[in-house]
Design a protein around this ligand. Sequence first.
Ligand code: NDP
Length: 449
Amino acid sequence: MSEFDYDLFVIGAGSGGTRASRVAAAHGARVAVAEEYRVGGTCVIRGCVPKKLLVYGAHFAEDLRDARHFGWDVPPDCAFSWPRLRDNVLKEVDRINQAYTTTLESNGAEIIHQRATVSGPNEVTLADGTKKTAKTILIAVGAHPAIPECPGHEHGITSNEAFHLEAVPKRVLIAGAGYIANEFAGIFHQLGAHVILMNRTKDILRGYDLQIRDRLLQISMMKGLEFRFDATFQGIEKLDDGCLKVSMANHEPAVVDMVMFATGRKPNTHGLGLDTAGVELDDMGAVKVDDHNRSTCPSIYAIGDVTNRIQLTPIAIREGQAFADNLFGGKATVVDYDCVPSAVFSHPPIAGVGMTEAEARQKLGSVKVYSSDFRPMKNVLAGRDERALYKMVCDGETDRVVGIHMIGPEVAEIIQSAAVAVKAGLTKAQFDATVALHPTMAEELVLLK
Ligand code: NDP
């Protein structure tokens, strides 16, 4: 008999925690996983999944307009029901939440629907005061939206609440210009709102290729989104009529119906008791871990957003899998963070993998850049003046493709396959040796001059 209640106690049943729990249980470990809210975590419950469904829903606004050019009679007063979209999305979230729960249970992991905090290197305390012991504890508690300090910030919402709105507001101010800001700006704009995106710097989507970001900015402005740069909050005041007056440095105040903060996410380590076990945190409050996800306490590990390495679901899943395989499956694996593809589901989406042009110029001696700036044929027939831009960044010495960056319809779908080639270290000549598939947008990748 083990001296502990469990071999593994996981705190947090999000994407990473669920993967680690079910794989460890499948390897034969006695596993419990505590979840204070809903199984599935940010991605399933209030992130990637419902967001992508809203993106699909919102895109019909353009699709229905374009459909007329393709011969369809779409009435000009084509009605949209936000409650119907919202409720259908939430129903789908319920279905996936149930599927995650079933997967955990069928693999033999025990789900504890309570908050758990660490009370020692091998002990956790549940919200009802019960104490449980485990040989290993895994912290997979994710992150939460960070809200900048300013008077009246309590009048704003975050993406967490955006999925439950009663109605689509007429005027929305989104703070931040990263992933969430650009994705929700597109959603609210397509659904009829006037959107103001305000950011403290001049940049949108820092980390993505400059030309691609510039193209998104141009297209977004052309569509009617308003951008306010170098703008920091001075205060949010609720007016008598319920509207919000947002004061900001360098700009006139804006009066809107809703303010949404999309200003980054902070690890959920506050009040988690990690200090009781000597688990060190970094300046952002993230758990410090080594290549094997082990914290500074040898019996405690951490994966996913709480470690603030790359805040993406597939990364948390890989880390969860590697953790469980290492500890319980006897398979030594470390997660490879090189060439992770990513996308922003803006309107239109952008996607990238590998080095941006600027990064490549800084890291490599010589760089060759190939690009294609084109109007997708669907946009031409629809009379839509929106151009796609694909960029390929190559090592000038070896011809190896070190980065691909794209904006245009369906680029997230395209980059996933292209990422295989970039990850495999293929050269531009090998792309060129592949016959184009005509007529597609993706064929541009093998026709770059
Ligand atoms: P991001 O890091 O993408 O963007 C944060 C934005 O907020 C930036 O524009 C930043 O400005 C600004 N900002 C940061 N701190 C402050 C502050 N204190 N005051 C004012 N502005 C501030 O964060 P998001 O919240 O959009 O998303 C969180 C994470 O979730 C992302 O990093 C991503 O990893 C993940 N995510 C991924 C998605 C996907 O894969 N499609 C979708 C949604 C989220 P500046 O850069 O100018 O300093």
